[in-house]
Design a protein around this ligand. Structure first.
Ligand code: SF4
Ligand code: SF4
Length: 257
C-alpha cells in the first residue's frame, strides 16, 4: 500500500537547510568542549520570545533539531503516520514533567560546583547531554516513524505553547502571528495535499475557520502546505491581512505595490 504522507522539501531557507550543523556541534562537539552546551540557553530564550509573538514558528523555521529531522532524517525516514498516543495530552504532560524533573536535578547538581574552575563545563555538559539525548531519541523516531515524531511531545514545544498562550492573553499575537490562510474556501479542491505534506500531519483543509484561517496551536508555520497547494490558495497571514483578503479578494500588499 502506498504511503498517504508525501516526502517533500521543507527546508526553504539557509537556517532550515543547515541548522542541523548546530545540533551536531553541540551534541557531539560538546562532549569534548562542554561549554558549547551553554549556547542552548540562547536557544531556549529565543524560542520563548518567538512563541510569545507567533506560536510554534521556531519549530518550523529555526529549530536545529527540526532541521536535522527534516534535512538529514527525512530522506531515509519510513514517513509513517505518527501514533495518536504520542500526540495525546497524557504523553505531552507526562513527558514534560519527567523531562523537567530530571533536567532540574542535573542543573541543581551542576550549580553545586558554583565558583569552581570547572563550573561552566559542568553546567554546559547538562545541555550537551540533553541535546545528544534528543538527537538519538528524536533521530531514531524520525527514521523509524516520521521525521517530526519527537516534536509531538518535545518539552520545548510545550513551553512554546504555554508562552504562546500568554501572548494570546495579552492580545499581542492577534497582531503578530501569521497563520495558514486560505484565499477562498470554494477554490479548494479538497485534494488533501496540504495535509499529506504537513510535517505534523495536520489537516488545514478540513479546519479553516469562518475567518479562513487555520488555528491549530501545533502548526509550526513551516509553509510546506503553502508551497505545495496545487491551486496556490494558501498563504501565511496575520489576522488583519486575512480579514482584508477575505473582504477584498486580494492581497493588500499586491495592491499597494
Ligand atoms: S492542497 Fe490546496 S487545494 Fe488541496 S486540499 Fe489543501 S488547500 Fe485545498
Ligand atoms: S499546516 Fe502547513 S504551515 Fe502548519 S505545520 Fe502543517 S505544513 Fe506547516
Amino acid at each position: 500500500m502506498s504511503n498517504y504522507y508525501i516526502k517533500t522539501n521543507r527546508t526553504f531557507t539557509g537556517i532550515r537547510r543547515y541548522g542541523w550543523l548546530f545540533t551536531i556541534l553541540v551534541a557531539v562537539g560538546g562532549l569534548w568542549a562542554p561549554k558549547l552546551g551553554l549556547l542552548v540557553i540562547l536557544i531556549m530564550l529565543s524560542l520563548m520570545i518567538t512563541s510569545f509573538f507567533t506560536g510554534r514558528y521556531w519549530c518550523g523555521n529555526y529549530c536545529p533539531h527540526g532541521s536535522l529531522f527534516d534535512r538529514i532524517a527525512m530522506p531515509v525516514s519510513l514517513n509513517r503516520k505518527i501514533p495518536e498516543f504520542l500526540k495525546s495530552k497524557y504523553m505531552i504532560t507526562g513527558f514534560f514533567i519527567f523531562f523537567m524533573f530530571s533536567f532540574s536535578i542535573r542543573i541543581i547538581n551542576a550549580l553545586k560546583s558554583w565558583g569552581s574552575h570547572d563550573f561552566l563545563d559542568k553546567l554546559g555538559f547538562v545541555f550537551v547531554t540533553t541535546y545528544l539525548m534528543v538527537l538519538i531519541t528524536g533521530g531514531l523516531a524520525a527514521v523509524f516513524i516520521n521525521p517530526r515524531t519527537w516534536c509531538q511531545f518535545c518539552p520545548m514545544g510545550t513551553i512554546q505553547k504555554f508562552t504562546h498562550k500568554l501572548g494570546k492573553i495579552s492580545g499581542i499575537t492577534e497582531k503578530t502571528e501569521k497563520k495558514v490562510t486560505i484565499e477562498d474556501k470554494t477554490k479548494c479542491l479538497a485534494c488533501g495535499k496540504c495535509s499529506r505534506v504537513c510535517p505534523f500531519q495536520l489537516t488545514p483543509y478540513l479546519q479553516f475557520g469562518e475567518d479562513n484561517q487555520f488555528h491549530d496551536v501545533n502548526c509550526i508555520k513551516c509553509g510546506t502546505c503553502v508551497e505545495n497547494c496545487p491551486v496556490n490558495v494558501l498563504s501565511l497571514k496575520t489576522k488583519e491581512d486575512a480579514i482584508y483578503m477575505t473582504k477584498n479578494g486580494e492581497n493588500k500588499y499586491q495592491i499597494e505595490i
